[in-house]
Design a protein around this ligand. Structure first.
Ligand code: BDP
Length: 652
């Protein structure tokens, strides 16, 4: 990206970001529940997806919006605006390269009609929720700042009832400013580089450097909505499942707004039959003849979900409050031994993919047709799992995983941590905060079986040992029921984080980045990779990435790099070794990548993006997809149970 910023103006813009981060840390909000907004007899929703007004702050310091208080009136009154869809990344929406590669603050606003009853009833909380916006956000309602959020992949919300009640006749104006600048202390980290050589660069020229391999799409990526709860409300629910002879669901409900409340919890099966109930804010539900939550292809009836209705009542002075929230609950356990990954005490083998939230035009914006298409492709492929490389995905996607039995390794945005300054205290504190937010958001999803705290950090650097010890022990304390990992590269000797993880996840690109063109080295190098890691740590291993770029439609025999034949032979060579080692301690294989995805233009090894997909970015299969499909169905036949309707996957 190039910008017309003077060096001092540019520094100012970055300072703006840093100051906002510092301000937030100073006034850090206590951790609250982050229940996914659902309608019920006591809760209503109003979706704010659609067209918003939009303007990028192109001023030299990127600070004109703040200096001129653009949040005080409609954006259209302070300058030109364009239509911007929400949710979507803004980068690929126009023909303007300056917007595609923009760094700094962009502004969104729209007016909303709030239902009169919500405004009139002071016993109703009205909450504004943003599913995610990349990277740093500030939100105003009718010109009043209601929240800031640091981080691009997790939800944030604020109660806005008091503000809209101040002027009940006026439309409610929501303004959101979003800044995509990445610094050494953001997750993922990045840095701004000023190019001072005026014989090569215009005055004030700067670029955003990152150490990760995907385009830094920005904007409001997930739905924005208003929802209501009563003034006394269910703020959070935590469920943890155990298996004895029956299924045991231990629950904890936190209610805010009153000190004494009555809580009743009812668990119903798919037919609406009550299978267990309990009273009180915490307890254990015992389910006899339990239908366990099983992964896809491991059972005839995968993804079984009960409904847990939490019914809260209270009486506050003369007003009675009642809140109802229904949480889908899958009953399953997860455990690892030194050689196995167990779901419901049965060995589970990950045969799956790594993904990205990425597609044409929308970038990282949530898109239902794409989500459903991807799940259909996963099922076609016989994939039973994926990793949310390299950041938390939308909750809507995890809900699909719960329902379809797709197992998830849930990764935080700790990708590209390569600079020693990103291992400092401020970075660690933010990383711990992000893990709090992530675990809090995703703890109740049965599909989530493991947390991944980072991808390929510079684990050989001296501070890495302390950093990962803290991070992993913090994550285990947040959730003692799930294993924790971080994703490492193939060099076991340098790794300072591996002693703390439960499962070793290794990425390697033999015959691609190492010994390019020499597929004959794969058997020996991959076998040694596994033996070295297992020999040192005696923990189960997942091959968390492997693959090769393919330009779709490029062929050569004998195979050459970038052709469909080369991807095929790389995959097949890896598979032979997996087949030996999965008899011992290898518990999974995840191809890099499910689909081609966009990257920055910073590298000559990328031809309009990363092409290691087994599907193109438009989701058309390459030759590698058919290799994997044959293999995954064969593995499913061997290790699981094919659903009756799926005995003949070729008919799908
Ligand atoms: C891996 C990274 C991944 C890259 C991949 C590649 O984890 O983000 O996209 O390499 O280079 O090391 O294709």
């Amino acid at each position: 990206m190039h910008g017309a910023l003077s060096r001092s103006a540019c520094k100012l813009a970055l300072f703006g970001v840093l100051l906002l981060c510092a301000a937030r840390d100073g006034a850090s909000v206590p951790q609250r529940g982050m229940l996914f907004p659902r309608e019920s007899a006591s809760r209503e929703l109003k979706e704010l997806s659609g067209l918003w007004d939009f303007r990028a702050d192109q001023s030299p310091g990127r600070s004109l919006g703040f200096d001129s208080a653009w949040y005080k009136s409609r954006l259209a009154e302070t300058g030109p605006v364009i239509d911007m869809p929400v949710p979507a990344s803004y980068n690929d929406i126009t023909q303007d390269p300056k917007l595609r590669d923009f760094i700094g603050w962009v502004w969104y606003d729209r007016e909303v009609v709030v239902p009169a009853r919500w405004v009139a009833d002071k016993g109703t909380r009205v909450v504004l929720r943003v599913g995610s916006a990349h990277y740093y956000s500030v939100v105003w309602v009718n010109g009043v700042k209601v929240m800031e959020h640091n981080g691009g992949h997790l939800p944030f919300e604020a109660e806005i009832g008091d503000i809209i009640r101040e002027n009940p006749q006026a439309p409610c104006r929501i303004t959101i400013a979003v800044n995509n600048t990445l610094t050494l202390e953001t997750l993922p980290p990045g840095s701004i580089q000023h190019m001072d050589d005026t014989s090569k660069y215009p005055n004030g020229y700067f670029v955003q450097n990152t150490n990760f391999d995907f385009f830094n799409y920005a904007g409001i990526h997930r739905p924005v909505l208003l929802y209501t709860t009563p003034k006394v409300y269910v703020d959070d629910i935590t469920v943890v499942c155990f298996l004895c002879i029956s299924g045991l669901v231990s629950y904890k409900v936190s209610v805010l707004g009153a000190s004494t409340t009555n809580v009743k919890v009812t668990l119903t099966d798919k037919h609406g039959r009550c299978v267990a109930s309990s009273s009180g804010p915490s307890g254990v539900l015992k389910v006899t003849d339990v239908n366990l939550w099983w992964p896809y292809l491991m059972h005839d009836n995968p993804g079984y979900l009960y409904s847990m209705e939490v019914h809260m009542t209270t009486a506050d002075e003369s007003v009675a409050y009642e809140d109802i929230y229904t949480l889908p609950v899958g009953i399953r356990t997860v455990r690892v031994t030194s050689t196995q990954f167990l779901i419901n005490n049965k060995p589970f083998y990950f045969h799956g993919v790594n993904k990205h939230e990425d597609s044409d035009i929308r970038g990282k914006g949530l898109d239902w047709p794409l989500i459903v298409k991807d799940f259909n492709l996963l099922k076609w492929l016989g994939a039973n799992s994926f990793r949310t490389s390299h950041y938390p995905y939308a909750e809507e996607i995890l809900q699909m995983c719960d329902r379809h039995g797709i197992v998830v390794i849930d990764e935080c945005p700790g990708v590209g941590i390569k600079d020693i300054r990103s291992f400092g205290n401020a970075s660690l504190a933010h990383h711990l905060d992000v893990m709090d937010e992530l675990v809090n958001r995703d703890k109740n999803h049965p599909s989530v079986v493991m947390w991944s705290v980072a991808n390929e950090p510079a684990a050989e650097m001296p501070p890495a040992g302390f950093y990962f010890k803290m991070l992993i022990s913090h994550t285990k304390a947040l959730d003692p029921t799930r294993p924790v990992t971080f994703i490492t590269d193939s060099n076991y000797a340098r790794d300072k984080g591996a002693p703390y993880v439960d499962v070793i996840c290794v990425n390697s690109y033999f015959s691609w980045y190492h010994d390019p063109g020499h597929v004959e080295v794969i058997p020996i190098q991959l076998t040694n990779q596994f033996e070295n890691w297992y020999g040192k740590y005696q923990k189960p291993i997942i091959q968390s990435e492997y693959g090769a770029d393919v330009v779709p439609g490029l062929h050569s025999d004998p195979p050459m790099m970038f052709t469909e034949e080369y991807q095929k032979i790389v995959l097949q060579s890896y598979h032979k070794v997996f087949d030996q080692k999965r008899k011992e301690y290898v518990v999974g294989e995840l191809i890099w990548n499910f689909a081609d995805f966009m990257t920055a233009q910073g590298s000559v090894t990328r031809v309009v993006g990363n092409k290691k997909g087994i599907f193109s970015r438009q989701r058309q299969p390459k030759a590698g997809a058919f290799i994997l499909k044959d293999r995954y169905w064969r593995l499913a036949n061997e290790t699981g149970r094919l659903p009756p309707w799926n005995k003949y996957p070729c008919l799908l």
